[in-house]
Ligand binder design. Sequence first.
Ligand SMILES: Cc1ncc(COP(=O)(O)O)c(C=O)c1O
Length: 380
Amino acid sequence: MRECDVAAVRRALLSERITQGAEAMAFERALAREVDCRDAVAVSSGTTALELALRALGVGPGDEVIVPTLTYVATATVVERCGARVVFADVDPRTLNLDPADVAKRITRRTRGCIAVHFGGHPADVAGLARCLGRERFVVEDACHALGARVAGRPAGGLGTLGCFSFHPAKHVTTGEGGAIVSDDPELCRRLRSLRENGVERDVARFEGLGLPPELREEERGEWVYELHTLGANGRLPEAAAALGRSQLVRLGDQLARRRQLVARYRAALARLPVELPVERRDVRSAWHLLPVRLPPRTSGVRRAEVYRALQRRGIGVQVHYIPVHLQPHYRREGHGFGDFPVAEGAYLRLLSLPLFPGLGFDDVERVARELGRALGAPR
Ligand SMILES: Cc1ncc(COP(=O)(O)O)c(C=O)c1O
């Protein structure tokens, strides 16, 4: 956090409105500009962004939505929160993003679309997914890792039907908790703004009426009237949070550049270790949210848990992203189990995310590489 961030929050707190004011709108405009979209709708979390995106697209009971199993749980749970069925699919072994060939096998007449997670900041093959799903179905981008990523120069978030971001503190830009949906479609954005307010409609031109007796019809048109047309949520982002986001957004370019430098440094430092680093496809600029490396397979004698613990003991904050969601008890109760998605499961057993954040120094990278080498028993 910088002084300018604190000052922006302070200004917002001292302003006349601390929610539903000018800051959230200014943040939305700045975000839309950043990702080359016509509009952005700021909400209270990335999870809410995904749920409202599906609701805006009319997802409900009887529908199926395909999601990758290698993701944070929210990508899947939002589908159920809309009353629809989650259909898991496997990931591409190179990028660990949703595999269009596997998606193709899971399409039924109930399939409304898919959620494409840009795993670790590397955009999924949205064009390939859209081709295999056909024109009638959607591709919602779960771009929670990918603010600032690009494909052939086009920003992630604007590649599919709707793009969703998270502004959790682990992300490139934070609002404390927060999220947003971006789109070029004014009608979808209008629906999202209503869904963000519990589904309340305030546009008189769209009113359906309250069904009052004829002598009370005047009452239906009072200035106070609002109507509920559909179920939404309170998904509003407070003004102080939006002010923080807008202040942070200014530094996004520096963030991305620094992360790229750190990844290059990791590539050099890890070159002689038996670990696989994530790929970056030629037409892609990853946002490098994570640096998930793949350790040698278990058959080589390496135990991921031991490597994890050895690094943690030395104060190195490694993590594992992610446990395949279909293995979670909630989904195992629905019949899923180990063996269903071999690529994601095989990757999961080898994955270890190394520290990657702008405050990391090159000397820290060297130290992580040294300690990783030691934990793997490799030459240093
Ligand atoms: C891929 C992915 N999707 C969705 C989310 C949910 O975002 P939030 O925590 O802001 O609700 C996250 C958050 O970490 C995420 O990593």
